[in-house]
Design a protein around this ligand. Structure first.
Ligand SMILES: [Zn+2]
Length: 272
């Protein structure tokens, strides 16, 4: 088993070129991978195979897609104030499937707290109400965009307050006590269960790709009955293999680990 997980950020719109726009990059990458004969499988299927709950052949010669933070750019076509109209990730996948007949799904790791998203909409976007959760349940039902957890409030640097007990924000490494992990991880899953769907695949992506020994070796493996997760993803640039850590599965990040469709094709082909 050797499956690259590719991560995009729909909020990354700094221009309209591959290098500064993850919508442009995603659309180009899908077609390039399809031309190379690579299949796109749901991220949950990769976790099923990894956990021995699904056959490895179901993820052979495949990649899975993820995106982080869960803003409207995942779902709604939006008119960006300086870069103009942006096709949503959902529509980019639908366009690709209509064009090629190939299935495509992305797992969106969303920042769960509605209050945190409302604040981030002002501090990180342009304050137009583009970080609402009105689309989560519909997206998850349709299946093009599966909804999973990116923590309660991302312990985000630009929030006035987060769940972290000492307000050590801007990193996830400081989520290293039971109370903080319970607030950031278990409570986020409670909200998603109540407002999106239950059961979900039980996936989690660490904010900033950052983790620590407490989460990986203690809280996540020992409190499954509480947080109900099945696997957690970081951002180590490797494919998922049998040797990967269940609580820190690797993901490649667009713009960091590859910067063109050619580079991505080489990276995916090198999976051996
Ligand atoms: Zn994030």
């Amino acid at each position: 088993m050797r499956v690259p997980i590719l991560t995009y950020h729909s909020n990354n719109v700094g221009g309209n070129d591959y290098a500064d726009n993850d919508h442009v990059a995603l659309a180009a990458d899908l077609r390039r991978l399809h031309a190379e004969g690579v299949r796109i499988v749901p991220l949950a299927r990769v976790v099923d195979a990894f956990l021995g709950e699904g056959g490895e052949e179901s993820v052979e010669n495949a990649i899975a897609l993820a995106c982080d933070d869960g803003s409207w750019f995942d779902w709604h076509d939006l008119d960006h104030p300086t870069c103009g109209p942006q096709r949503s990730f959902a529509n980019i996948l639908r366009d690709f499937s209509a064009e090629t007949g190939a299935p495509a799904q992305i797992t969106s790791f969303v920042i769960v707290s509605p209050a945190a998203r409302a604040e981030l909409d002002r501090t990180c976007l342009v304050g137009r109400g583009w970080w609402g959760d009105d689309w989560y349940a519909a997206a998850d039902r349709e299946g093009v965009v599966a909804i999973e957890s990116h923590s309660w409030d991302h312990n985000h640097a630009t929030l006035a307050r987060t769940a972290q007990h000492a307000q050590a924000r801007g990193t996830f490494r400081t989520i290293d006590t039971y109370a903080d992990a319970d607030a950031e991880i278990r409570s986020a899953n409670d909200w998603l269960d109540a407002n999106v769907r239950t059961p979900r695949a039980g996936l989690f992506a660490y904010p900033y790709g950052e983790t620590n020994d407490y989460l990986v070796r203690d809280y996540l493996p020992n409190r499954i009955g509480e947080h109900r997760l099945r696997a957690a993803f970081g951002t180590d640039p490797e494919p998922v293999t049998r040797r990967s850590s269940r609580w820190n599965l690797p993901r490649y990040v667009c713009g960091h680990h590859w910067r063109s469709a050619d580079e991505l094709a080489r990276l995916v082909a090198s999976r051996g």
